[in-house]
Design a binder for this molecule. Structure first.
Ligand SMILES: Nc1nc2c(c(=O)[nH]1)N[C@H]1C(S)=C(S)[C@@H](COP(=O)(O)OP(=O)(O)OC[C@H]3O[C@@H](n4cnc5c(=O)[nH]c(N)nc54)[C@H](O)[C@@H]3O)O[C@H]1N2
Ligand SMILES: Nc1nc2c(c(=O)[nH]1)N[C@H]1C(S)=C(S)[C@@H](COP(=O)(O)OP(=O)(O)OC[C@H]3O[C@@H](n4cnc5c(=O)[nH]c(N)nc54)[C@H](O)[C@@H]3O)O[C@H]1N2
Ligand code: SF4
Ligand SMILES: [Mo]
Length: 746
């Protein structure tokens, strides 16, 4: 007999509520939950394939431990014994930094990924920390850190209320949105147009999103910072800047005006390949709109001036008075955010507090560039020990970061590696121990990360839709045990990890004058927490202490786990509201418009005014039915238009003798790949596009469907040397490549 259960979809950032159909323990269907307070029934093809993703027969069911060179099925006890035996000697012999940690994208889609990595990093004490953030949004963290003093204070466009949206390097009709959690992003863009609003898209490709826009500008890749600087210039020179109520919170307006003075539309037009008059129009339209939001994503971050572009996105929102006002870009307030402290100066944001060992890259947000992971493993220096052991959690850097071949070899040379991953794939195949989490249907879910980026404040929680299969371990427990094994407490009760966090958090809260529990006894508070598991008790604690919380009795109608459980479709907490100056944590207590590291990076942007690539440049793309590197194993989500082909403009194809469907060789600084050409005027001239996350042809993996149609790894074209210097983010877009028709062997 079948039944239904609710589950928030973890397959992209939109966090749609799904109603799963369950036969026995198998998910046989998924539809949008019409009663979900946030997503109201929206679902996309990936969500509709939840059952197939969840039930993929290639998912690992038991831990794997390497014995005599081979990965073999093992018990959990054997696996954690092997982790402790593998990691501890490395720490003891070579020091803390010899153990590296790699955190991949799916950590933001699991409760385990939200609740445990911070403690793992703190207890390992390592500086060898790498994550998917440095092939993604690190520039935005850095610009927010510098502007607002908080790397996680990221303003989100008010999609439901804005009159004018300027979208830069984002394709939400395929990605469903990023750093802007919005179920049915496509519907929201259509609604914007229907209410008379304007959508402008800047993208070198005519994407599905661009086709929906009132205006599409096919910019030359990598030059958005120049275009945005010129828009800021126009606002300031034409007296269109009107920060209004924001003014009292701003610092450095005059310095900003000076800094962008020479970025005139005429000066940037050639580099951007965008008409100067059009740039003026864009700035004037932005200023004239009753409300407007500028929003930039992958195409604005993964480029040589990613931090400057991310900074300028916010600068434009600020200059037009659209930061922190309805219809503009606002700071969400999530239910599990810390108790808001009173407004006032904070500790500020520091960059480059230490550097990577080999190439001396500055840290950002405590992380080193993941592009430097391979060299931190394979290169010895006088500076200190190379990374000899690695903990990879939900990460597949062999495919997702530059020069996978080099990383592949480096991983093979490690003394020890453990992967927490449901698949034996390009990265986890190097591990000595693989710890597989259960499928999402067997995991509880709450979006700690995405609720802080959502276009509407709301809160939802699901208990596991399907009971844990025998022999499985919740991912939260896997990570808790990993922490114990990595820190010499192997074998201790994993519940102790949650107890420790709870005691620490409550101990701190009772000392904070602004906390609802100020002056109370933390042991008494801990005893009042509800929840069936450690993670549930931690969620209860965060909800009760949070901005909407019941404050352990202070606000009886406030949030708690109990209240959330009584609302299975979630609780709506209202639209985004102005919050300044409370979120500011800069030393000045103001928005610091022209922070020093930004000012110091502007000369590099000025040099880019003269740059004109003479050959082809590469950009990426995403497909609606794909997700980075790990969904090519699901037959329902592959095939059709979801293919690893090289998009090339007809004029470029003609010039190079490239024919549609025939193989072409693409060569970059890091290597070369061969892929079928897809001739299309959907890319601008001078630009070719390959999707990422492909290249499933390495031996020793267990992804039967993916390896049957492997595609090629676009990141092999990169050598990892091109970075945005402020954030350490990899340059993945606008990269020079050579393309040639493959001459068939005769
Ligand atoms: N050229 C190019 N490269 C790119 C990008 C690009 O646009 N162009 N995009 C970049 C971006 S934005 C990102 S975020 C990165 C992503 O880079 P990664 O995070 O390294 O890659 P993913 O493919 O997201 O998946 C990581 C791993 O998580 C595993 N996994 C899936 N679900 C779970 C789970 O519930 N628990 C655990 N423990 N593991 C799980 C998968 O099997 C996979 O091995 O790639 C980046 N790489
Ligand atoms: N279906 C699907 N959804 C996903 C993912 C997926 O792999 N598949 N991945 C998820 C992840 S991890 C993330 S981070 C998000 C990303 O979400 P988005 O940022 O919306 O993702 P993309 O589709 O890569 O859009 C980036 C766009 O930037 C354009 N671009 C490239 N270079 C430049 C440039 O220099 N300037 C400008 N203006 N544009 C440029 C590209 O042509 C592309 O259309 O998507 C998430 N959602
Ligand atoms: S849009 Fe994203 S969250 Fe919503 S159903 Fe699709 S994959 Fe899942
Ligand atoms: Mo990402």
């Amino acid at each position: 007999m079948s039944r239904t259960a609710l589950r928030i979809c973890p397959l992209c950032e939109a966090t749609c509520g799904l109603t799963l159909t369950i036969d026995g323990t198998r998910v046989t269907g998924a539809r949008g939950d019409r009663d979900d307070v946030f997503s109201r029934g929206f679902i996309c093809p990936k969500g509709a394939s939840f059952g197939a993703v969840d039930g993929d027969p290639d998912r690992l069911r038991t831990p794997l431990v390497r014995k005599d060179g081979e990965l073999r099925e093992a018990t959990w006890e054997e696996a954690f014994d092997a982790v402790a035996a593998g990691l501890r000697p490395v720490v003891e012999r070579h020091g803390q930094n010899a153990v590296g940690v790699v955190l991949g994208n799916p950590n933001v889609h699991t409760m385990a990924g939200a609740l445990y990595p911070a403690l793992l990093l703190a207890s390992l004490g390592t500086r060898s920390i790498f994550s998917a953030s440095t092939v993604d949004q690190m520039p935005k963290h850095v610009s927010s850190g510098l502007l607002y003093g908080d790397a996680n204070a990221i303003p989100v466009p008010d999609l439901d209320h804005t009159d004018h949206l300027l979208l830069i390097g984002a394709n939400p009709l395929e990605s469903n949105g990023s750093l802007c959690t919005a179920p049915d992003f496509p519907g929201k863009l259509k609604a914007l147009k229907a209410r008379g609003g304007t959508l402008t898209v800047i993208d070198p490709r005519r994407t599905r999103t661009a086709r929906l826009a009132n205006r599409h500008i096919a910019i030359r890749p990598g030059t958005d910072a120049l275009l945005l600087a010129a828009m800021a210039h126009v606002l300031l020179e034409e007296d269109l800047a009107a920060p209004g109520e924001l003014t009292e919170h701003l610092q450095g307006l005059d310095e900003l005006r000076e800094a962008v003075r020479d970025f005139t539309p005429e000066a940037v037009a050639g580099a951007c390949d965008v008409d100067a008059t059009l740039i003026r129009t864009l700035a004037r339209e932005l200023a004239a709109a009753p409300t407007a939001a500028v929003y930039g994503r992958i195409g604005s971050c993964t480029v040589p001036h990613g931090t400057l572009a991310s900074w300028l996105v916010d600068v434009l929102n600020i200059l037009t008075g659209n930061l922190d006002r309805p219809g503009g870009a606002l700071f969400p307030q999530a239910a599990t955010d810390k108790t808001p402290r009173p407004a006032g100066p904070g500790r500020g944001f520091a960059l480059g507090r230490w550097h990577s060992r080999v190439s001396r890259h500055p840290e950002a947000k405590g992380e080193l560039p993941i592009s430097a992971l391979a060299e931190e493993i394979d290169t010895a220096t006088a500076e200190g020990e190379p990374v000899r052991a690695l903990v990879a959690i939900a990460a597949n850097p062999v495919l997702s970061v530059p020069d996978g071949d080099r990383l592949d070899k480096a991983l093979d040379s490690l003394d020890f590696m453990v992967s927490v991953d449901p698949y034996l794939n390009e990265t986890s195949r190097h591990a000595h121990v693989v710890l597989p989490p259960p499928p999402p249907s067997q995991s509880a879910h709450h979006d700690f990360a995405f609720n802080t980026l959502a276009v509407r404040n709301q809160v939802r929680y699901n208990r596991p839709a399907v009971p844990l299969e025998p022999g499985r371990m919740p991912e939260t427990e896997i990570l808790a045990r990993l922490i114990l094994a990595a820190t010499g407490m192997h074998g201790a009760d994993p519940a102790a990890v949650d107890t420790l966090v709870i005691d620490q958090t409550l101990g701190k809260a009772v000392k904070e004058p602004h906390s609802p529990v100020h002056g109370q006894d933390p042991r008494d508070l801990a005893a009042r927490l509800t929840g069936e598991t450690g993670p549930e008790r931690r969620l209860d604690m965060m909800l009760r202490l949070g901005p909407y919380g019941e404050g352990f009795g202070v606000r009886p109608d406030g949030l708690s786990l109990e209240k959330l459980l009584a609302h299975p479709h979630g609780i709506d907490l209202g639209p985004l509201r102005p919050r300044l100056p409370q979120p500011l944590k800069t030393r000045s207590g103001k928005v610091e418009l022209l922070p020093e590291p930004i000012a110091d990076d502007l000369p590099r942007l000025r040099e880019a005014l003269r740059e004109r690539p003479d050959g082809l440049v590469l950009v990426g793309r995403r497909h609606l039915r794909s997700n980075n590197s790990w969904m090519h194993n699901v037959p329902a989500l592959t095939g059709g238009s979801n293919r690893c082909t090289l998009h090339i403009h007809p004029k470029d194809a003609e010039r190079l003798g490239v024919r549609d469907g025939e193989p072409v060789r693409v060569k970059g600084a890091g290597g070369e790949v061969t892929a079928p050409a897809e001739v299309t005027d959907g890319v601008r001239r001078g630009v070719v596009s390959l999707p990422h996350g492909w290249g499933h042809d390495r031996p020793g993996t267990r992804m039967s469907h993916a390896s049957a149609d492997p595609g090629v790894n676009v990141n092999q074209l990169l050598d990892g040397s091109l970075l945005d210097p402020l954030s350490g983010n990899a340059v993945l877009n606008g990269v020079p490549v050579e393309v040639a028709a493959l001459v068939p062997a005769t």
